[in-house]
Write a protein that binds this ligand. Structure first.
Ligand SMILES: Cc1cc2nc3c(=O)[nH]c(=O)nc-3n(C[C@H](O)[C@H](O)[C@H](O)COP(=O)(O)OP(=O)(O)OC[C@H]3O[C@@H](n4cnc5c(N)ncnc54)[C@H](O)[C@@H]3O)c2cc1C
Length: 375
């Protein structure tokens, strides 16, 4: 069987979910087929992003995905505590799945779950359904976003690994804002911090997170760390509502994003922030560019590649420092002006920002000049 659509979206995760929404917003007449091998779009995630990182064009279709918003966030290190007044937002898989299903309910569009794509070429995909039937779908544009496990990363790779537990507490936790990085915890397995999202007065997501040189994730040990973190704050847990784990490459080298067909998008195509592992804002920008058409994807790929080059260099430098002292690099970073911190997360650093990040007094016991030479 062969049929044709305007856009074939391979992989129904964050990236292609956002592409489907951008196309529905800007090209409602386009025919779109999305193929996801899992049972649902979006898997099991909470995706957070700095609200200012999503441009005006995407804001209208991103807004309905947002489950929580906060006006700022905190960071905590042994020698620094700071509140950063940058709005922060959180999107859930359930919301993404619901909005994508609505967006693809229009005539000529299709959302197929339980559908594994066997090959994704420049103008066609081969897809196998749950009963083993194979179909060819031809498309004007093929977007292959099969996730982080297909990312073309190289060099000496570090890993962001984490386990998050969403906890329902017996009494209010008292937090007003997320804590993006609490690095006052014991430093183990590279740099370690806890990430805390207050979802309502008695519900909180706590992630035990490592920027590690290895991929081993001891789920039982991380669970115990999350529980110990909650207990140390006097929180009594009524129920563990949900869990999520992640293992994301933070490479020192990676293939630059390409605009050629098929468009390899999302984490797999290098459309992510290699220092933080965030990809939401970049995925939203790419979705807007796909919907805009013309040279938009090519222009974005060029801009992103230049930012990526600098961020990859930072990763090489980070690894040069002793694992137990790496938190000091971040402690120093969080002393920078808020605007620089915001542009760092957005991956929109100016030349002055880059200089601010690299120059100045190095963290205690570290020589940035030496790190630069060895990077
Ligand atoms: C637990 C976790 C939390 C994260 N939190 C954040 C966050 O807060 N903020 C942020 O910006 N980033 C976050 N990230 C990083 C990044 O945003 C996510 O990894 C994001 O999901 C990447 O989007 P993607 O579309 O590239 O890949 P994915 O969302 O992983 O989607 C890939 C999809 O392709 C499907 N697929 C794979 N192979 C096939 C095939 N052959 N046929 C059909 N379908 C296939 C998969 O089933 C999957 O659904 C997080 C990552 C993880 C793992």
């Amino acid at each position: 069987m062969t049929r044709e659509v305007d856009y074939a979206l391979v992989g129904g995760g964050l990236q292609n979910g956002l592409v489907a929404l951008a196309l529905a917003a800007h090209r409602p007449g386009a025919t779109v087929a999305l193929f996801e091998r899992g049972a649902a779009v979006g898997g099991n995630h909470t995706w957070c992003f700095h609200a200012g990182d999503v441009g005006a064009g995407a804001a209208a279709w991103v807004e309905p995905l947002v489950a929580h918003r906060w006006p700022g966030y905190d960071v905590a290190f042994p020698d620094l505590r700071r509140t950063i007044a940058q709005p922060y937002a959180c999107v859930t898989s359930a919301r993404l799945a619901a909005r994508v299903a609505e967006a693809l309910a229009r005539p000529g569009c299709e959302l197929r779950t339980g559908a594994a794509v066997l090959t994704a070429g420049p103008d066609a995909v081969l897809v196998r359904d749950g009963e083993g039937r194979v179909e060819e779908v031809r498309a004007r544009v093929v977007i292959d976003a099969r996730g982080p496990e297909r990312a073309e990363v190289g060099g000496r790779c570090a890993w962001q690994k984490f386990l998050g537990r969403e906890l329902q507490l017996a009494a209010p936790h008292g937090l007003e804002r997320p804590v993006l990085m609490d690095a006052t915890v014991e430093q183990l397995d590279g740099m370690r911090f806890c990430y805390v999202l207050p979802l309502d007065a008695r519900r909180v997501l706590v992630e035990d997170t490592y920027f590690s040189d290895g991929t081993y994730l001891d789920v039982a040990a991380l669970r115990a760390e999350v529980d110990a973190y909650a207990a140390a704050r006097g929180w009594i847990v009524d129920e563990v509502v949900r869990e999520e784990t992640g293992l994301l490459p933070l490479p020192s080298r990676c293939a630059p994003p390409r605009a050629s067909a098929p468009l390899v998008a999302g984490y797999a195509g290098g459309w992510f922030h290699p220092v933080t592992g965030y990809s939401f804002p970049i995925a939203a920008r790419l979705a807007e560019a796909v919907a805009a058409g013309g040279d938009a994807v090519e222009n974005l790929a060029r801009d992103h590649a230049s930012q990526l080059g600098f961020a990859l260099r930072l990763n090489r430098m980070f690894r040069w420092f002793e694992p137990a002292a790496r938190y000091r690099v971040l402690e120093r970073f969080y002393r920078l002006p808020e605007a620089t911190i915001a542009r760092f997360y957005a991956l929109q650093l100016t030349t002055a920002d880059r200089a601010r990040i690299l120059v100045g007094r190095p963290p205690r016991g570290l020589s940035l000049r030496a790190a630069w030479r060895y990077a």
